[in-house]
Design a binder for this molecule. Structure first.
Ligand code: ZN
Ligand code: ZN
Length: 412
């Protein structure tokens, strides 16, 4: 593509290393990326070594070879996952000596036509084997970041009416805009953005709400927060002492729901991509924090299997507020990718909660965390419930309601 594309790609890569990971001199970097993102991987590697990285290791994903397993692989082998690889990754994340970068951009519908039982078994085996890694990431042991790259299959999925080359260019433009990489000084822009998110976090932490109450089309529910919840958003300090931005872009402030205190009905407002399948039009009823009725208009089989992964998969692990006017929402694009779509709208996530969202978790046993309301699961899947029609109230401990969001925007 053009020189201006190369220039923006380089600024984006520098933003990822400096604001996203804030990589420390002497740290290793472990990066996963789609094969088609090699140009970005090279720019990121360049900036990583310039910032003093000791070793950059990249693991590429290739869609063609991923499909071969489902087309040619032995039926009994779908429970195999590379546990040895994930155990090794978990080790260097645990001591904070390696930073983690995930570049995503896979085709969200890649596995839609494959045997759903094989897909579910492969996902389950992978989730199990990946657990040691997820534990270190959710415990925030090291600096990590997730970013997106435009790939031909994802671009075709987002812009089905454009020729491939134009679709790819349009998706890159959207990525540069939503991540602020197209601004004159992206790193400074992220400092200002983080300051605004941190001010919102401070306000919400001072309120000490007992619950949030939601009203919108198809949504009428109350979501209790754990007593010692901590709101977070923007740059956060990993346990290895490095301040990083785990998601670029990120427009959300988020905290921990109580796993047993969610009541009412909720309807999703955007499609979500789950391990290669598309799920859309989710409706759920929660009782005592658990989904007692739940289905989706699209991808219902995958959705049902997802919430049946384990006990915690039908309970909430995260709640996040995002104004409807966020740059991702303003782009008008449905990315079919959670990293972007979750930053377009307020959302909830079923599954594993983040330890940083409750005080003192480092000193609590697994039983104590569970008793305090922290959810645990092999999965963590965000889905969008925000729109320009959503109202959110904060419920104080004495039961008094305060308007937090009206028609999807912050009240104050
Ligand atoms: Zn979130
Ligand atoms: Zn999430």
């Amino acid at each position: 593509m053009s020189t201006s594309h190369d220039h923006l790609l380089d600024k984006y890569a520098e933003l990822i290393i400096r604001a996203g990971l804030n990589i420390r001199k002497g740290q290793q970097l472990i990066m996963t990326a789609p094969l088609e993102a090699v140009d970005l991987v090279r720019r990121v590697t360049h900036h990583a070594y310039r910032a003093g990285a000791s070793l950059v290791t990249t693991l590429y994903n290739d869609e063609q070879t991923a499909l071969m397993r489902f087309r040619e692989g032995e039926a009994e082998a779908f429970d195999v996952a590379p546990g040895w690889l994930f155990a090794g990754m978990a080790e260097v994340f645990k001591d904070g000596s390696a930073a983690r970068l995930a570049i995503i951009g896979e085709n969200p519908a890649l596995l839609a036509g494959e045997n759903p039982d094989h897909v579910a078994r492969a996902n389950r085996a992978r989730s199990r084997a990946y657990k040691p890694v997820i534990e270190q990431i959710t415990a925030f042991s090291t600096n990590w970041c997730v970013v997106s790259a435009a790939t031909p299959s994802h671009a075709r999925n987002v812009f089905p009416d454009l020729p491939e080359e134009q679709a790819l260019a349009a998706l890159w433009r959207a990525i540069f805009k939503c991540t602020r990489a197209d601004l004159p000084d992206p790193v400074a822009a992220w400092e200002a953005h983080n300051a605004a998110l941190h001010a919102r976090v401070k306000m919400l932490n001072a309120k000490r709400y007992a619950a949030l109450k939601y009203k919108g089309p198809g949504t009428d529910f109350t979501l209790g927060l754990v007593d010692d919840h901590v709101w977070a958003g923007g740059a956060s300090m990993a346990r290895n002492g490095i301040l990083c931005n785990p998601n670029i872009p990120s427009e959300e402030v988020f905290t921990m729901p109580h796993r047993e205190r969610v009541e009412g009905i909720v309807r999703s407002t955007k499609p979500l991509s789950y391990q290669g399948s598309l799920i859309d039009g989710i409706s759920c009823r929660f009782e005592n924090g658990r989904i007692t009725e739940g289905w989706s208009e699209k991808g219902n089989d995958v959705f049902r299997k997802m919430i049946e992964t384990d006990e915690g998969a039908a309970r909430l692990g995260e709640v996040a507020l995002v104004p409807h006017s966020s740059p991702i929402s303003a782009s008008g694009i449905v990315f079919n990718e959670t990293l972007y779509d979750e930053n377009a709208a307020s959302h909830i996530a079923v599954g594993q909660a983040y330890a940083q969202n409750m005080e003192n978790t480092a000193n609590m046993s697994a039983e104590e965390k569970l008793a305090a309301g922290m959810n645990t699961s092999l999965i963590h899947v965000d889905w969008m419930i925000g729109s320009g029609e959503l109202d959110v109230d904060g419920i104080a401990r004495d039961g008094k309601a305060e308007a937090l969001m009206r028609k999807g925007e912050w009240v104050a």
